[in-house]
Design a protein around this ligand. Structure first.
Ligand code: DAH
Length: 330
């Protein structure tokens, strides 16, 4: 047999062995040495070089080398497929020194963190948590809160209409009405939830955002109680050293009304954080509470706004883009 004939015969036998490739690791090793071992078929091929003429030797040697590289890579590919299948049972293929796959941790959305924090502060001083409808009738979102039709106060909150007299709530104040319709005083609640406004989207306004409403009704509730609770809240949420002020304002459902500002050192100015006031007697009339006996305070704040102020975020849209580079920072 010439060298080329021998190569052809090894190739033929190799093809057949590849087709019935063993799945057992020991048989694979046997097959490996059948071809590549010290006494294997390749060793035999190299031996044959001894009888080749000196002129032919380099060419024949190169042919065997190339052939060997080709078969070896086919063999290893097949063998690694098999041992991959057996990974669980074959301890030898388990490389404990390989680095593991990194696990990426999720994180709690900054709005949820703020919400949890605010909820916990109020819960620790006796507030319960309630929820209410996002699709609301005109009565609960406006009318019962002392905002009659055609009242200019409606323009403060651009409204999404679902149909005539049905809206996506523009604030969580609607739940004040539901709570008082369903329960007798005294009551003390905070109400977190989503609200909707038909405003042009920009760095400071989004068509949907979140609020927390507060409502406390009891005998002898005064503006001093309102100031006390909000002062306590602000110090706990923004830090002991935070400076705040009450500024007279107007909301149809509170009388008197105020807004609370905190001093923002970084921006060098007062920043509004919430609206509040004493529940307007008209609102009590609407829900059938006797306003000569019961008094109450209410407040409402935006969760996005609180988060932006606390962490120095300057674009509300970041909360809704799900950009991991932003979310990871919280
Ligand atoms: N509902 C008001 C708004 O969305 C915020 C607000 C102001 C809520 C005063 C209150 C309140 O409960 O007393 O702008």
């Amino acid at each position: 047999m010439t060298i080329n004939e021998s190569i052809a015969s090894v190739r033929k036998s190799f093809r057949a062995d590849l087709d019935s490739f063993p799945s057992d690791q020991r048989e694979i090793e046997l097959l490996r040495s059948k071809y590549f071992g010290r006494k294997g078929l390749f060793a035999g091929l190299y031996k044959k070089l001894a009888v080749v003429s000196n002129k032919e030797k380099p060419k024949s040697g190169q042919a065997i080398n190339a052939f060997k590289i080709e078969l070896q890579s086919e063999f290893e590919e097949k063998a690694s497929l098999i041992s991959g299948d057996n990974k669980d049972t074959d301890e030898q293929s388990l490389d404990l020194s390989l680095p593991g796959f990194p696990i990426t941790n999720g994180s709690i959305h900054p709005l949820q963190q703020t919400l949890d924090e605010i909820k916990n502060i109020f819960k620790s001083v006796g507030f319960k948590v309630a929820y209410g409808p996002e699709i609301e009738d005109d009565y609960h979102n406006f009318e019962a809160l002392n905002i009659p039709k055609h009242h200019p106060a409606r323009d403060m909150q651009d409204t999404f209409f679902v149909e005539n007299d049905v809206v996506l709530r523009t604030h969580t104040s609607n739940v004040q009405i539901h709570l008082m319709e369903e329960q007798e005083p005294p009551l003390r609640y905070i109400v977190p939830g989503r609200v909707y406004r038909n405003e042009a989207v920009s760095y400071k306004s989004y068509c949907l955002f979140h609020q927390i409403e507060g409502l406390y009704v009891d005998k002898n509730v005064s503006m001093a109680d309102l100031k006390g609770i909000l002062n306590y809240f602000v110090k706990r949420f923004f830090g002991e050293g935070t400076t705040m002020r009450f500024r007279p304002s107007f909301f149809p459902f509170t009388e008197p009304s105020a807004e609370v500002d905190i001093w923002d050192d970084k921006r060098g100015k007062w920043m509004e954080i919430l609206g509040c006031g004493m529940v307007d007697p008209n609102v009590f009339d609407n829900v059938g509470y006797d306003s000569s006996i019961w008094h109450g305070y209410a407040f409402g704040m935006g969760i996005e706004r609180m988060t932006m102020l606390k962490y120095g975020i300057d674009d509300i849209r970041l909360f809704y883009q799900n950009d991991v580079r932003f979310l990871e920072q919280f």
